[in-house]
Design a protein around this ligand. Structure first.
Ligand SMILES: [Zn+2]
Length: 253
């Protein structure tokens, strides 16, 4: 079992310890940094636990922190052998529409860094009303064509699906796959090749059914895996093997 996207540093130390203990048997967990301080925490957690790896980046809601010093810091952290991806980056028009220009600059920088180091780039995409962030990310992807990337917490947007399929994206599927109302997402997922599917939690956020309303943690990735297996008509065991393998290919665990 693998959780390809969580934020263990968003948990209190006790909660994180319990979460790590509950997922001891996992192949791997990728904990994602979102700003300089959190990148360091993510990396420290990865260094302390053999099955945990880190991604370092600047979240689009933190894009106004971008500076030459921050770029140098990210460049430096990204060289650490426990770091297996750059991000999360992308566009967020829900929380911080006012920093759109900075979000693009931060995205462009993290793309160049990922390309230089041969690391996958992790995308966060969130819109306010309708779909502008997904459409803008799709356009950006067509123009920049990153060699290896993940659409984290993919939500079922069809243009993003089309461009993602064309460019060989990995699609990160999180708790919302299990939510009753997300029929369109479950339909979209059926169009994704098996070797492009990843399971993630985004813990402590986005808990899957039947744990909605509670804090999420990596061990709950099993509920999303079970839903994915059910949608695709594959046994849970086979689905786990496939998604573990995909995570290995993507992140080199
Ligand atoms: Zn995240």
């Amino acid at each position: 079992m693998t959780d390809t996207h969580c934020h263990l540093d968003f948990m209190e130390p006790e909660e994180a310890q319990a979460a790590i203990a509950a997922s001891r048997e996992f192949q791997a967990i990728l904990t994602i940094g979102t700003n300089p301080e959190r990148n360091r925490k993510a990396l420290a957690i990865a260094q302390a636990n053999p099955h945990i790896w880190a991604a370092v980046g600047l979240h689009p809601t933190e894009a106004n922190l971008l500076s030459p010093e921050l770029e140098a810091d990210l460049q430096n952290l990204a060289l650490h052998p426990r770091v297996r991806a750059i991000g999360e980056t992308g566009l967020d028009f829900y929380w911080t529409p006012e920093t759109k220009d900075a979000q693009y600059l931060a995205l462009d920088f993290q793309h160049r860094l990922a390309q230089n180091l041969g690391l996958p780039l992790i995308f966060h995409v969130r819109s306010k009303d309708g779909d502008p962030a997904e459409v803008e990310i799709a356009d950006w992807l067509k123009q920049h064509r990153p060699s290896k990337f993940v659409l984290h917490a993919y939500g079922g947007h069809l243009k993003l699906l089309e461009v993602g399929l064309e460019l060989g994206a990995f699609f990160g599927l999180a708790g919302p796959l299990t939510y009753k109302k997300n029929t369109a997402l479950r339909e979209a997922v059926q169009q994704i090749p098996l070797d492009r599917l990843l399971v993630e939690t985004d813990a402590p956020f986005l808990p899957p059914e039947p744990h909605r309303g509670q804090r999420n943690h990596p061990a709950l990735a099993r509920f999303t895996l079970a839903k994915l297996a059910e949608i695709l008509g594959i046994s849970q065991q086979e689905m786990e093997k496939i998604t573990d393998q995909n995570a290995q290919v993507c992140f080199g665990f």
